[in-house]
Design a binder for this molecule. Sequence first.
Ligand SMILES: *[C@@H]1O[C@H](CO)[C@@H](O)[C@H](O)[C@H]1NC(C)=O
Ligand SMILES: *[C@@H]1O[C@H](CO)[C@@H](O)[C@H](O)[C@H]1NC(C)=O
Ligand SMILES: *[C@@H]1O[C@H](CO)[C@@H](O)[C@H](O)[C@H]1NC(C)=O
Ligand SMILES: *[C@@H]1O[C@H](CO)[C@@H](O)[C@H](O)[C@H]1NC(C)=O
Ligand SMILES: CC(=O)N[C@H]1CO[C@H](CO)[C@@H](O)[C@@H]1O
Length: 475
Amino acid sequence: MVSGSVKIGASLSFLVVLVAFLYKRHADEVLQARLKDVLSGLLRAEKKVPPPKVRVAVGFGGCEDIFVNGLDLFNLLNLTTPELAKHHNVVNNAEELTQLMAYFFPQGAAAERYIANDTFFDELVEAASKIPGHRWMLGGNAPAMARRFALEGLDVLLGARVALSVVDGLPDSVKVIGETLPKSDVHLLMEYDRNDKWGKYVSPRGNRLIVHSDNVNPYIDGMEAFIEEVVKFQPSLVVIGGLQMMDGFPYEKGVRQARLQKLRDFLKEIPRSTHIHFEMASFADEGLLNEIIENVVYFSDSLGMNEQELPNILNILQGGNVSLVSDSYPRVASVLDEMRTVYSLLKDTKEIDGRRKLTRLHVHTLAFQAILTTKESSWKNTMSAAAKAALTAHRYTCGSHQIDPQKARLIMDESFSLSKTPEAGRIPVNDTRPVSCWQEDGFDLCVAPVLVCTNILQTGGGGDNVSAAGLVLQV
Ligand SMILES: *[C@@H]1O[C@H](CO)[C@@H](O)[C@H](O)[C@H]1NC(C)=O
Ligand SMILES: *[C@@H]1O[C@H](CO)[C@@H](O)[C@H](O)[C@H]1NC(C)=O
Ligand SMILES: *[C@@H]1O[C@H](CO)[C@@H](O)[C@H](O)[C@H]1NC(C)=O
Ligand SMILES: *[C@@H]1O[C@H](CO)[C@@H](O)[C@H](O)[C@H]1NC(C)=O
Ligand SMILES: CC(=O)N[C@H]1CO[C@H](CO)[C@@H](O)[C@@H]1O
């Protein structure tokens, strides 16, 4: 009797393990099948539209990025945690740098700040280049986007003053305007991982603190030469990015404003038939962001940004201050709500003195891509553009054009809510047609799930690739 029940118990537990095993295998198979369906759906949507053969002009700035493990660098230089964490718009010395790191590191928040002391900055870069595993890359939003456009077969004009080595590294179809420099501006990206420890501080998520000591980029040097060439080039699209390099720079009085006004005067003269896209970035200076809205955003018909930059520009447009940190995994519903608000604040801009109504808004997040376009505007193929942006996000972070569903996961749920308001409807995601598109009051919206790379090669610069990829099919 006793041994009988033991036997039954043993076979029962064997059965439970077997069922659990089969169930897990089945669940994995279902998941892989879903990833394959989504992938072939996205590829089909991307292929529907061949990239057009058009001309694009991209400004401004460029640099060489050096990536390094931030804590290794601090250890090498004996930079220990400061007594107090403190935010600095501008860094002058080692003590201020440690205070700044102590401000952002425990929040895991990305930031980019200016170092006013060239001697100190050079010491940092020299030390960084001694750390094993550091790497150099072509940096700056404009060169990254220019390269993406060129890879898609477009003719590109790039406004950037960089060293000859950077120019040589670009595809031939990119024509660089601006005298070459003996040495490019350098940006130092101090990376850290989730749960890294620095003294008493622990980082809740991986991120990086970027510092630079640009002497050329903050003046949008070469803008005049670029403007002259753009007039002759007659592009279908002008893309403006890289203006965050003005953040924190100690200009003499009125110089920053004068440069942005000059940029506005240029944008004003661009014929309506040429689209203008502005790529947002991380801004900490409220005054600067307001000037950029006045001089650039109101003159653009398209905007691109990530999930951190969306609440930032929204706050400023609503008269608030900058938001330094926000949710890095936002829900579709909350992004859609914020997009609607940004759009409603910019869609009725009076088209006088060269100002333009906003007709396109692209938000890129880790989990999905969302593109809004005004109904009957000249932006084409929103569905394919969202698919291409989603595929590019994976290709960039995994570092391979070919996509392997084994190296991907979906963060987006099988359906999403249209809004955070309680009565909002839900949209189910159809795996074989994964891009969901629908119409609202006066505009179209498309949302594409990203096959998130699980084998990450790189993240820095991803936004530029993704934004450029989204634009390619729409002009
Ligand atoms: C850091 O400290 C070590 C040990 O105290 C010392 O040998 C080294 O020279 C210091 N490095 C710098 C850059 O100050
Ligand atoms: C600039 O950096 C150098 C080298 O680290 C340092 O000796 C000097 O004190 C710094 N200057 C200021 C104004 O902090
Ligand atoms: C924004 O303003 C609020 C209220 O005035 C203040 O508490 C907060 O610190 C400000 N945030 C930033 C990033 O300046
Ligand atoms: C998903 O899309 C496919 C292809 O258009 C269609 O045949 C199918 O009915 C759709 N499935 C659902 C659940 O809507
Ligand atoms: C996968 C991919 O297309 N990556 C490109 C993104 O942009 C950078 C910078 O332009 C290129 O180096 C990558 O090849």
